[in-house]
Design a protein around this ligand. Structure first.
Ligand SMILES: C[S@@+](CC[C@H](N)C(=O)[O-])C[C@H]1O[C@@H](n2cnc3c(N)ncnc32)[C@H](O)[C@@H]1O
Length: 235
């Protein structure tokens, strides 16, 4: 909650915009806070560590859309609804029967926040991936980033490998309206469980939040039945 407060106050931006170290009174003033709040801001600062500008990720995970279901866990346990519908979750029972991605298609504000959180994370990870995992991309002529969000990962790969043609596949509410990112990045709206555009390689960035970045070279077989391609997975 302290980090949420710091993000809402605009603290990371204020510190980042300052050329050098900033004094507490200057910070209070640049945030437009009453000077009497300086001692409290000092306490808040001691609790904040936000080197990667994870502001929208924090706001997303603390949003009532995601926190509210946790208040209904015991009710979900007691509910017999599951007898009829094995897919019922605390999320879906809180949100009118909708699963997360279905729900996001109906809530543009939360969807934008979530997509922004993913995009910022991708900026950081993409830098690492194209540097440390470069060999996984060598010789790949075309790549599809499955469930690639707003495309930051694909853009970074396309920039590092200008000869590669990259496609970002995601649900319509995520990619519709996005401009193709330069000559070699295009967006496709669709459902990955129905079809995946053909490409030499499939990129799958699954659970970025845990900061485990593993590149699998030997899982191609799993994806062979889809498009006979190489699988690059960031789990
Ligand atoms: C956790 S986010 C990861 C986004 C991106 N890969 C990243 O790491 O930044 C999961 C993504 O999967 C997309 N998604 C969920 N179900 C999908 C489906 N059936 N077909 C295509 N994309 C889907 C969501 O819209 C969302 O953008």
């Amino acid at each position: 909650m302290s980090i949420k407060c710091a993000v809402q106050l605009g603290l990371p931006e204020a510190v980042g915009a300052h050329a050098g170290p900033i004094s507490l009174p200057d910070l209070v003033s640049s945030l437009g806070l009453p000077p009497s709040k300086a001692p409290y801001l000092h306490r808040l600062l001691r609790l904040v560590d936000n080197p990667y500008n994870a502001g929208s990720l924090l706001l997303a995970v603390l949003d009532p859309v995601l926190t509210e279901p946790f208040h209904h866990m015991s009710a979900w346990f007691r509910s017999e609804k599951d007898d009829d519908d094995v897919n019922t979750t605390t999320f879906s029972s809180t949100h009118g029967g909708k699963m997360a991605w279905e729900y996001m298609a109906t809530d543009a504000v939360f969807s934008d926040l979530f997509n922004d959180a993913m995009a910022r994370d991708s900026c950081m990870i993409a830098e690492l991936v194209v540097k440390e995992g470069r060999s996984a991309f060598e010789g790949v002529g075309s790549l599809v980033d499955v469930a690639g969000g707003t495309g930051n990962m694909a853009k970074a790969v396309a920039k590092a490998f200008p000869g590669m043609s990259c496609t970002v596949l995601d649900l319509p509410h995520v990619v519709s309206g996005l401009e193709d990112g330069g000559n070699n990045v295009k967006y496709v709206a669709g459902d990955m469980f129905e079809s995946i555009p053909a490409a030499d390689a499939v990129l799958l960035k699954v659970i970025s939040c845990f900061l485990f970045y593993l590149i699998f070279y030997n899982l191609n077989i799993i994806f062979n039945y889809i498009c006979n391609c190489k699988l690059i997975a960031l789990v």
